[in-house]
Every structure is written in C-alpha cells, then in structure tokens.
Ligand binder design. Structure first.
Ligand code: PLP
Length: 453
C-alpha cells in the first residue's frame, strides 16, 4: 500500500519553494509535514506527535488550537472577514487592538499604531516612519540606519539592508545605501576577547557612539536592534547595555527602534523586551506573539515624540505607507483574544518562571563535549555547538553531528531548530516545567545518540 503522505512529500519538493533553504536540499530530503496542533504539541501527516520546542517560528505563544482565539476568528468571520483601513475607513477589531496596544505599552509612552501583515512589514514601516519623522522635523539629511551585527530584521529590502549577517544580504545586493552594523554584545564571541559582560556592554555602546559620530549624527535617523537577538543566536546583553544605548541615542538625537518581533508579548519575562531592560524605545516593531500566528499580523507602534512630528499643525504628514492587509479584521480579532490570554494567564510571568527552569535544565548540557555555550533569557535559549571547547570553532549546520542531532530529536519526539551552529529553543509561553523536563530528556537522548555515532 502506498503511503498517502509520500505523494504530498513528493509534491512539496516538486512545486514549493521553501524560505531559507536551497530548493535542491528540499527535493532530496523529505520535509516534515505538520497537519495538526494542540497546546505545545503538533502531529505530522503520519500521525507522529512532537513537542513543539520552537513554538513553530517563535510565534505560537499561547499554544496551538486555543478555543478562545479560534472563536474570536470565527465570530469575526461571521460578521466581516476584511475591510480596508486605508484613508478613512476602518473596522472594529483593528480599532480595539490599536487601543489595547497603546494601553499595553503606556509605560513606554507609545501612542499610535500602524498595522501590517508580519514582522518584515513592521520593520519596514518602522524604518520608513523614522525617515518621515526626520523630514517632518526639518532634518531630511538624517537618513542612515545603524544596526547590530548578527541582527535579524526580516527580509524586505530595508530589513535585509540592516541585517547583521551577510548570508541574508549577499544574494540580494545591492541593498539600501546608508546602513551600517556595529558589534553586538556577544559574550561568547567578540572581537575583543572580552569575558566580562558589563565591560562588553560598555565597549559595544561606545562603538555605537563612535559609529554615529563617524557618520555624523546629523545624518543618522535611527539605531535599530532586538532587545535579545533571536535568529542571530539568542544573544542576551548585559543589563547595562540597553540603558547605555538609549543614552548614546539621546546624546545624538538618534531615534531608537526596538525590533520586538520575537521579544514582544512576554517571551523574555516582560510584556516587551525593552521593558525587561528598563528602556523605552521611540518605535517598536511587533508581530509573531501579537496573535500567536493564527492569522498573519504585524504592528509598528510609535511614541509621543514621533507622533508629535505628525501632529504638527500645517505639516504635510500624510502616511504614504500601509498595506492592503493593514488592520485585517480576522488578524486583529485573533490578536485581541490572544492578548487577553497573555494578560489573564500572565504569560510574561510564566516565561520568567518556567524560563528560569529551562535555562537551569539546559545548563546541564554543558556535559556534552560539543556544547560550547548555553545561554538565554525567559523562554528563549540557545545551545552553541562547537568542534571542541578549546578552539570554539563552530560546528556548522551541514555537519553530520548537527543533522543527526535534529534527526534524533525528531525520532525521540521533539521539533528543534538549528540556526548555523546554534540549537535554538523558543517554546510556547504556555510551556510547563514538565514540558521543560520532557524537552531536556528528549534533547539529552538526541545528544547521547549523536555523540555515540
Ligand atoms: C527579530 C525579527 N524581526 C523581524 C522578523 C521578520 O518577521 P516575518 O518573518 O514575520 O516577516 C523576524 C522573524 O523571525 C524576527 O525574528
């Protein structure tokens, strides 16, 4: 009897381009096709169950198949699936969500929201609003963006231009002019061999300062970074880093944009990553956890300072930016229900508590000889794989050991993700300590088996 899944797998390789992989590799290696999810688990088309240790793509924060979110989508669908928010039409769930976001980020003095359809859109919106802000302020020459090495900000031309990893840029160059990257506070690998986190934070902030001065502060629009770098390898800065960055930006009048697409809505133990570091940015890019991926949605929120430029009487401040799906009614209805769960179940608090346990259990993985570093904050973590601890030479993804590790983890019942030489964990925020134990057990088995072979 032919397995009906085989036809699907074959058609996938034949017809579909997958993001972030060489199509030839997809054709050679059958993909894992997920057909059902519930809570922190998903099932593939052959009926095998997996622990979703990555919340799909850092986003299914309230877990799969939440009745509250599904109900909100269906109720909205029964009334209205979509109506545009261009110019002077709107829809109720979008209005409700904009108010909710402004209230949620009142401590950061956020005042207005521009919706989009995902993280890359939210970043693009942030960059364009920053440029427009400076035009409205009469400083049109402030057009440059500075970001961090290893930063990931989505894939649009703006986001790719500020990306801090050449892999995401090379195939699409030439990119936007006037984008520069500075060192990131990466304790395990930094060009100074600095081993003290506070001193590294000071060095990195000083480098940002020098970069702004070198470019000429009057030409720099904004500095953008993730509160904890995600795709770059879960790089957690010292607590002094973000306050220092805010100070440098303020000294030069530069806008501070926080890419909160992964860290927004609880993942590192606070409602947003900036808050966890005690800093209020001027602009925040949001997506993913905003509605846990039930319907695509992005949002860019701006503070009083940015709004004031658009409010100036007489200013020609039309927002010539926005998407057909800005404020999509189903996406916003899903977000309203999702954010109610985030608040009612105190998912930031849960990420703090269960996250501390996750970090503790992952610390045990230093017993494996190919583990060079284990780090994280809240419910995001990375295990950095190396050839050996002395040399710290990265064990890259094509390495047999890494492929085996991912394969064995799957066999043992968990989906894990490898990015470069880092195994990344970003489970749903509804993860329990028992789920952490199960993750540690499965990963431990996968490491043992990979080491033995
Ligand atoms: C920090 C960060 N910014 C932006 C993005 C882009 O979001 P999207 O893939 O929804 O366009 C991502 C996606 O992983 C991200 O991690």
């Amino acid at each position: 009897m032919p397995n009906p899944g085989d036809a699907l797998r074959e058609a996938n390789g034949r017809y579909m381009f997958h993001p972030m992989v060489d199509p030839k590799a997809v054709a050679e290696e059958a993909p894992l096709i997920i057909e059902r999810g519930q809570g922190v688990h998903v099932w593939d088309i052959d009926g095998k169950r997996y622990l979703d240790t990555v919340a799909s793509l850092w986003n299914v924060n309230v877990g799969h198949d939440r009745p509250e979110v599904k109900r909100a989508i269906v109720e909205q669908l029964d009334k209205l699936a979509y109506y545009s928010t261009f110019v002077n039409t709107s829809n109720p769930p979008a209005i409700e969500l904009s108010q909710r976001l402004v209230e949620l980020f009142a401590p950061e003095r956020m005042r207005k929201v521009l919706f989009s359809a995902g993280g890359s859109d939210a970043v693009e919106t942030a960059l364009k609003l920053a440029r427009q802000y400076w035009k409205l302020e009469g400083q049109a020459q402030r057009s440059k963006f500075i970001s961090l090495k290893l930063g990931y900000h989505g894939v649009h031309f703006g986001g790719a231009s500020i990306n801090g990893n050449p892999l995401f840029r090379l195939a699409y160059e030439p990119l936007l002019a006037g984008c520069f990257q500075v060192e990131t506070p990466y304790l395990y690998r930094n060009p100074w061999g600095e081993t003290d986190a506070a001193r590294l934070a000071a060095r990195c902030a000083a480098e940002l300062d020098r970069a702004i001065q070198y470019q000429g502060p009057e030409t720099v629009a904004a500095f953008i970074a993730e509160p904890v770098q995600g795709a770059g390898g879960v790089i957690v800065p010292h607590e002094s880093y973000w306050p220092l960055v805010r100070e440098v930006c303020d000294r030069h009048g530069v806008l501070l944009i926080a890419d909160e697409i992964v860290t927004g809505f609880g993942r590192i133990g606070a409602m947003c990553g900036s808050r966890a570091w005690g800093v209020a940015p001027d602009i925040m890019a949001l997506a993913k956890g905003i509605n846990s991926g039930y319907v695509p949605l992005g949002a860019t929120v701006v503070n009083d300072r940015v709004c004031a430029a658009f409010d100036k009487p007489g200013a020609a401040a039309a927002l010539m930016h926005g998407y057909t799906y800005s404020g999509h009614a189903l996406a916003c209805a899903a977000a309203n229900a999702n954010l109610l769960i985030v608040e009612q179940e105190d998912l930031p608090g849960r990420a703090r508590e269960v996250g501390a346990y996750l970090q503790e259990r992952l610390g045990e993985f230093m017993r494996f000889r190919n583990v060079g570093d284990v780090r994280g904050k809240g419910l995001m973590a990375a295990i950095e794989l190396v050839e050996d601890r002395e040399s710290r030479v990265p064990l890259a993804a094509p390495a047999l050991f890494v492929r085996r590790l991912v394969g064995f983890a799957r066999e043992e019942g968990a989906i894990v993700r490898v990015q470069g030489n880092r195994l990344i964990l970003s489970p749903p925020l509804v993860y329990s300590k028992a789920d952490v134990d199960e993750t540690a057990r499965i990963l431990g088995r996968a490491f043992e088996r990979a080491e033995k072979e």
